[in-house]
Design a protein around this ligand. Structure first.
Ligand code: SF4
Length: 269
């Protein structure tokens, strides 16, 4: 396995470290990936799979492909209604560039990061909008979203590493915004604008955090003392000898790329 300083860290990895350094070690150094879905109630599994299917349908729609179909007729109907809402909210047009499931990497010697966006839309005037689809019932507040590591990382990454998708070869922070949209709450969406001042602040924050992580000796990734975090952690059996009481099933990104639930995301200073 690559040394930590050579690996590209995702928003979910950073959020994991912030919530519990030991959990970060288990996942990203010891490579102990225990799926949150193992042992989950059937209704939770179904909900997560529906969210994953919705992401797949959204990806295919913005890529100009026919939407995928699922076997279950009831679920298919619900997914189609979500897709219709999404198409009404952000229709695919020919005057803008659509990049579904765009992946970016930042390759600086002291800052290696990666991000995978649900969708980036770039208009001819160079403005870029990052879309993130959520399908969980719970709606985080705007102030929470503004400080969430996913918001910090995604806007920063598009400005720092997404220049090839800009008609001018570089996105200014002021040209970037991020929208969280949920088909279960289609009118309660949030657009989070960006700025040079916030970019500078985010860069400093990310540098400090990544530097702290890569300098941490292996045996110094310490356990959190927050019992609430442990209760939702898949490694509770290792640390405390019992199964997680409440599995982290509410964050789709984790289930797609191993991240944390909104409840777990620590706020930035
Ligand atoms: S059970 Fe608690 S201490 Fe152990 S890895 Fe999970 S969050 Fe950290």
């Amino acid at each position: 396995m690559q040394p930590l300083q050579e690996r590209h860290l995702s928003a979910s990895a950073l959020a994991t470290y912030q919530s519990c350094a030991l959990r970060f070690r288990y996942r990203y150094l010891d490579n102990l990936y225990w799926s949150q879905l193992w042992g989950a109630p059937p209704e939770d599994r179904a909900r997560i799979e529906r969210g994953q299917n919705f992401h797949l349908m959204a990806r295919r729609y913005y890529a100009g492909l026919d939407p995928a179909r699922v076997e279950d007729a009831v679920e298919q109907k619900e997914l189609e209604s979500w897709l219709t809402l999404m198409q009404g909210f952000m229709p695919r047009t020919f005057d803008q560039a659509f990049y579904p499931e765009l992946e970016l990497r930042l390759n600086r010697p002291d800052l290696r990061l990666q991000a995978k966006f649900d969708l980036v839309v770039v208009s001819p005037d160079g403005k870029a909008t990052i879309f993130d689809w959520k399908t969980e019932r719970k709606l985080p507040t705007r102030s929470y979203l503004d400080k969430a590591p996913q918001t910090v990382m995604y806007r920063y990454m598009l400005a720092a590493a997404g220049g090839q998708y800009s008609p001018r070869g570089q996105f200014k922070p002021e040209e970037i915004s991020m929208i969280y949209w949920n088909p279960m709450h289609p009118t309660r969406w949030h657009r989070l604008e960006y700025s040079q001042a916030r970019f500078d602040k985010d860069e400093q924050f990310l540098r400090d955090l990544v530097s702290r992580i890569v300098k941490t000796p292996r045996d110094m990734f310490l356990a959190t003392t927050d019992e609430g975090t442990c209760r939702r952690c898949e490694f509770q059996m290792i640390c405390h000898g019992k199964r997680a009481e409440q599995l982290d099933l509410s964050d789709e990104e984790e289930l797609r790329e191993a991240t944390l639930a909104w409840d777990d995301l620590p706020e930035l200073p």
